[in-house]
Ligand binder design. Structure first.
Ligand code: ZN
Ligand code: FE
Length: 256
């Protein structure tokens, strides 16, 4: 099995998994780069997975469906205006001989879902849309901090070797913020150097892994003393876990 991030727009990735003949893609905001990849590789598209309703994740659906007859699976709880099979927590998708379980991860949007495959070639795989980014998390457009914290807790509990396929290349700017939160985290500094080298060669920093994110992502670390103390230095009133998380997200929103 092969896992390929197809770049789209300025910083999206449309993830493609294939077995040499058939493929699935996740969150095709644009049909063109997907069609080009299918044509170049001779792959046929079997299924499309969609995590949430934003245009940069669904914009290519109509054209891809027309051109390929692929089956579309998306969140049951969102208005996507496209024929698709609605999925919610614990539903399963079978494609390419893989089995994905649907996780409900509200926060970025109200009905956001993720797709988790416990075993692809011996290791788990996660498509988490705009919920978890490397060193960051999605903005809270429709959900509450409590919902996002619970969604991230769910993802954080997946096996450490889970490959995390995020839909945006936001890693370097997220890492700048993460270093402001935890300036003395040695793994964070080492990972930053690694990612800067990758981006300098125009390589993706993704997929990440749950184990790595637990070590460097402030949004998965908001209960740890280092992160909590940095947040409280700016927001003394943030005491409860959810208030620390909310203040951290707010800090990131205003971070330049
Ligand atoms: Zn989004
Ligand atoms: Fe997005």
């Amino acid at each position: 099995m092969q896992l390929i991030p197809i770049p789209a727009f300025s910083d999206n990735y449309i993830w493609l998994v294939h077995n040499g003949q058939q493929a699935i893609v996740v969150d095709p905001g644009d049909a063109q780069p997907v069609l080009q990849t299918l044509e170049r590789t001779g792959l046929s598209l079997q299924a499309i997975l969609v995590t949430h309703h934003h245009a940069d994740h669904v914009g290519g659906l109509a054209e891809l469906r027309d051109r390929t007859n692929a089956k579309v699976y998306g969140p049951a709880g969102e208005d996507i205006h496209q024929p698709l099979q609605g999925m919610s927590a614990n539903d399963r998708v079978q494609a390419l001989g893989l089995e994905f379980t649907v996780l409900d991860v509200p926060g970025h949007t109200a009905g956001h879902i993720a797709f988790y495959c416990p075993d692809m070639d011996g290791a788990p795989l996660l498509f988490c849309g705009d919920t978890l980014f490397s060193a960051g998390c999605g903005r809270l457009f429709e959900g509450t901090p409590a919902q996002m914290l619970a969604s991230l807790d769910l993802l954080a509990a997946l096996p450490a070797n889970t490959r995390v396929c995020c839909t945006h290349e936001y890693t370097l700017s997220n890492l700048r913020f993460a270093r402001a939160v935890e300036p003395n985290n040695p793994q964070l500094l080492a990972y930053s150097a690694q990612c800067e080298a990758l981006r300098a060669q125009d390589q993706p920093t993704l997929p990440s892994s749950i184990g790595l994110e637990l070590a460097i992502n402030p949004f998965l670390r908001s209960r740890l003393p280092t992160v909590k103390q940095s947040v409280q230095a700016l927001h003394a009133h943030a005491v409860r876990e959810v208030d620390v998380f909310a203040a951290l997200r707010e800090w990131k929103n205003n971070f330049r």
